[in-house]
Design a protein around this ligand. Sequence first.
Ligand code: ZN
Length: 456
Amino acid sequence: MKFKQLSALALALLLPLTALAEDMLAPALAPSRPKNVIIMIGDGMGPAYTTAYRYFKDNPDTEEVEQTVFDRLLVGMASTYPARVSGYVTDSAAAATALATGSKSYNGAISVDLQKQPLETIMERAKKRGLSTGVAVTCQVNHATPAAFLSHNESRKNYDEIAATYINTDADVLLGGGQKYFTAPMLEAFRNKGYQVINDFNLLQNVTQPKVLGLFADVQLPWAVDEPDAHRLSTMTNKALALLSQNPQGFVLMVEGSQIDWAGHDNDIVAAMGEMDEFAHAVEAVEQYVRSHPDTLMVVTADHNTGGMSIGRDGKYAWYPEVIKAVKASPETLAAKALADDNWPQLLADGLGFAIDDELKARFDHARMQGKDVLAQAIKHEIDLRSNTGWTTSGHTGVDVQVFATGPGAELFIGNQDNTDIANKLVSLLPKPKKATAASVPVPAPAPASAPVSAN
Ligand SMILES: [Zn+2]
């Protein structure tokens, strides 16, 4: 007994030493700080979205509910509230400002403080330290989230002003939508600066040089559910990784599943699950990259929650994802097609995957006469009732969001934190600026008298 107590005491005393020794050994085994950092943002992706996605992807023929990539990578939570002046519910601009700069600001701010002065972004810090930078998004590249990583503006609504600043960001890879914001002279300026400029998604696979501006839609990319096999976000992400990893110094890449939020604003569970799947594919692609590049850290989070989606509604303990899975296109697209087709009841029955009885036909007909948007609304409502999905708002909610991470430094993101902490932790992990200090200057070896003089 006494011996046991003694040995327990000895162990307790030894443990910190062992931990210390392990700490000292750790750098030799795996890098303690990453060379590359990938920040992935599911815009509007509150916890209900990752949960719903798990059941949406579940194989109902097996006893267990299969894990998703989000379940695998979950490490913590983050609060999202903006600066005091904007209350507790953030918009995408203030949240992206927090994630890009580590400072809270007002709703609408693009990496500026309350006095509208620029806040240094992680992308700017990365550039100063010799890293490459890039963004890959499914919205226009000058939309709030990518804008806060690349630019500074007093308002997210100043799309043209924001786009005009991109030539000066020196960001190496810019992939997403937004052709309408980039005029011919602006594109010419990019070419003159050494960028390959493309607007055809099929050309992306041929890009090999590290500077590229790829704008693949007038504004945002199409709903993923309308192009189920395209997987544009993971394609852009893989290309961005291939291009950025050419820099031996490392890189910072921001990837956004932009339209999860847009589906949430529309209270559209079909589009929401499509965008979640699109984002999940990109997260899996990055997870694969981190597995084969142990010097890379990935951190995934959401900027806020959108729509107040609920898995179950009206007092009924049930959710039926098979209803959502059976729908073959976005309600928006189905409504547009139904408006242009006299045989619309059959078209909708095929597209929705359920029969349209006389009562439903009368309701859809009434909606159809009021136009595309009202019909889309009626279709979404019917899908919500059948899948038992609820919504509480067409805007954002203030609930905390999840944080997912793997790679060197991932343990810093475990537990509860604020969205500004995420940025500050990421910045603390970036390579130190290459500035010689008294302590780090190596003692120069005496040069031999006949040292060859380098041409450079
Ligand atoms: Zn939003």
